[in-house]
Each structure stands twice: as C-alpha cells, then as structure tokens.
Design a protein around this ligand. Sequence first.
Ligand SMILES: [Fe+2]
Length: 144
Amino acid sequence: MYLTIASYFIEHDYEGFGAFFLKQSREEGEHAMRLFHYLMERHAPFQPLPIEIPSKNYDSPLACFRASYEYEQKVTLSYYNLFKRARDMGEYDLEEFLHWYLREQREEEALMRHWMEKLMIAREDPAALLFLDKEARKAAQEED
Ligand SMILES: [Fe+2]
C-alpha cells in the first residue's frame, strides 16, 4: 500500500512525500521480517495469507495520508486481536514479543495523524503543499 502511495506522489512530482512513503514501505517490510524471524526462532510454521491491497484511488495528498492513517488504525486492531489470542492461549513469550508492535503502531498512528492534520490545514494551497513536501523529505532522511 505504501509503495502504491509513494508512486502516486512521485508521479505527481511530490518527491518529498514520495521519499517519505518509500521509507515507510521499507520499514513495514522490516516489521514483517521481524515476524518471520520470530516464527523461525519459535519453530513455528510460516503460512502467509493473502493480503488485500487497497485500490489506488487517491486524488490528493490529504487522501493518501487519510488512507494511511485509517489503515494503521486497522492494523492496530489486528495486533490487539492477536495480543488477546496470545493471552488467551497462554502464549506469554508471544505476548512479550507483540509489545514492540503495539508501541510501533502507536507511533505510526501518531505520525500519520500528524501529517494528515497538517495537510488539512494546507488544503489546496500550492505553497503550503510544496513546503510540506520539503518537510516530508527531511523527515524521510532522518534516522530512526
Ligand atoms: Fe504500519
């Protein structure tokens, strides 16, 4: 999804936002690998299920960030469900492992909400949008 959004921005010459979403995409890939390695360490089978990629119907920078924010909220709920199952099953080690993801989701929701709100202020103002694009590039270059 974040690669799709990155492509929307790059196609529309918002290179800063494009770089921002490329970085997000890279990070999500790392999060997936963390899960993979956890399964291997626990000697658990790796059985990925198909995931639904939201269709590419973004018509503005704000729409991209709104969709990202809403998607992160959905992902957070999935982790809550997983956490509850781990607790119900007495999977205490998994519960501890999932704490990292709960914190990560809190940060990602806050990040997307932050940019969404800035874009709500900018509305259609080209100068404001270009300024935010520049800010997004800086954010993408920062170390975590
Ligand atoms: Fe995420």
